[in-house]
Design a protein around this ligand. Structure first.
Ligand SMILES: Cc1cc2nc3c(=O)[nH]c(=O)nc-3n(C[C@H](O)[C@H](O)[C@H](O)COP(=O)(O)OP(=O)(O)OC[C@H]3O[C@@H](n4cnc5c(N)ncnc54)[C@H](O)[C@@H]3O)c2cc1C
Length: 389
């Protein structure tokens, strides 16, 4: 009898769990090692675009994901009173890619993924300190000193990864220069300017951007992105009085959402990225998700790219690839696209995060004149799952 290919995954975030399912499907014996002692249903929401939805479908999770959250069919930027600056209808791209974008809560997505990982194969309170490899296998050293070996280790320990540098060499965190406060309000009230249908909408105000997406019938995902949010490397609780003061000149809907949001669902988060790594690993250790391509959230693609990584690794295994062959397959399929999106997120933030009057006038004029075909081409590239080479 052939021994199954052993895959160890570091981190039970969206990337780690999706990779676990994709590798299980390919017949591997998978174990996920997660540092947290408990997996709590925390966090706000994210947008899932056609690229991640296509991969989740191919991994066999289509029906579970379609039952989550709320779909949206356009992207709009507006003045605080609701007047549109730029409006982009997603219908044609949704039809082309056969998927409709949706906003889902992190908790619901995480639970849906966790349900699909073989019971007992997620080890909690299992922090990985070190990873090393030979030509034949990889070995992880845990915080408690124990060691685990596998045929492949996928490192998905997130933005502040302690293992990335061990695999891809040292690099530096690049702060965005602005930060965000996110919230999940248990209410829905149609925001200014919306008509029928649902949007991923950002209001461009005097001191930042305020985003609103419906994440369920009675739930709103909102975010305030501003240079006034202090830089950080980890999420911390926000001071609601400070936030209300920041929003004092905004229309009432923004403050109403903040007031309706439980404080434990309103984190102030770090916005940092890294320059693209030279490589994403070797024959026995692969980086994936935020560990491989930590990016700013301006296109809402971080988790979508992580899901594409998971699909690519699973597909490689399914095709019988291992060692350097798998690393090459994965890198060819994924690296160029993900690195490109890291760069685009940074450029997009430089353009959209204008907090001076003159900069705002120029930004708004540029966005108003932006040809729809330019937006279509960029989103089409994001939504296209890179074909295997
Ligand atoms: C404001 C904001 C908005 C966003 N909006 C979107 C969006 O709309 N759409 C989208 O696609 N993306 C979005 N993102 C990005 C998205 O959140 C991330 O890309 C995604 O969550 C990354 O998942 P991950 O599994 O790679 O990492 P994480 O979610 O960070 O998971 C890493 C896991 O590894 C564990 N871990 C860490 N160290 C160790 C260790 N040493 N040993 C074992 N386990 C360890 C952690 O506890 C954690 O569970 C947004 C990000 C931000 C900041």
């Amino acid at each position: 009898m052939q021994t199954p290919f052993k895959v160890a995954i570091v981190g039970a975030g969206i990337c780690g769990l999706t990779t676990a399912i994709a590798c299980q499907n390919a017949g591997a014996e998978v174990t996920v090692f997660e540092a947290a002692p408990k997996l709590l249903p925390l966090g706000t929401a994210i947008s899932l675009w056609p690229n991640a939805l296509t991969c989740l479908d191919k991994i066999g999770l289509g029906p579970q994901i379609a039952a989550l959250g709320h779909p949206f069919d356009r992207i709009v930027t507006r003045h605080p009173d609701g007047t549109p600056i730029m409006r982009f209808d997603l219908a044609d791209l949704h039809a082309k890619h056969g998927q409709t974008s949706r906003c889902v809560t992190r908790a619901a997505l995480h639970t849906a993924l966790l349900t699909e990982v073989t019971a007992d194969h997620v080890k909690l309170g299992a922090a990985v300190e070190n990873v090393s490899w030979t030509q034949d296998d990889a070995t992880m050293t845990m915080a408690d000193g124990t060691m685990h070996s596998a045929d492949l280790v996928v490192v998905a320990d997130g933005l502040n990864s302690r293992l990335r540098a061990q695999v891809a060499g040292p690099d530096t965190l690049r702060p965005a220069g602005y930060g965000a406060v996110l919230g999940l309000a248990p209410m829905w009230r149609t925001p200014p300017g919306w008509g029928a249908g649902a949007e991923a909408c950002e209001y461009y105000g005097p001191n930042g951007r305020f985003g609103v997406i419906r994440s369920d019938i009675n739930q709103t995902y909102w975010f305030f992105v501003s240079k006034a949010v202090p830089p950080a490397t980890r999420a911390v609780p926000v001071d609601p009085a400070w936030l209300m003061d920041q929003l004092r000149d905004w229309p009432a809907f923004a403050r109403e959402l903040v007031v309706a949001t439980p404080q434990d669902q309103m984190p102030q988060v770090a916005l940092n990225d890294h320059a693209p790594a030279k490589h994403w690993g070797n024959g026995r250790v692969l980086l994936a998700g935020d560990t491989a391509h930590p990016m700013l959230p301006n296109f809402g693609q971080g988790a979508n790219q992580a899901i594409e990584d998971a699909y690519a690794i699973g597909l490689g295994l399914e095709r019988g690839k291992a060692g350097l062959d798998l690393a090459q397959f994965y890198s060819d399929m994924r690296k160029r696209k993900a690195d490109g999106i890291v760069k685009q997120n940074r450029q997009n933030g430089q353009m959209t995060q204008q907090e001076g009057r003159f900069g705002q006038l120029i930004r708004n004029a540029v966005m108003r004149m932006m040809p729809q075909r330019v937006v279509t081409a960029q989103l089409d590239r994001h939504f296209t799952v890179s074909p295997p080479t």
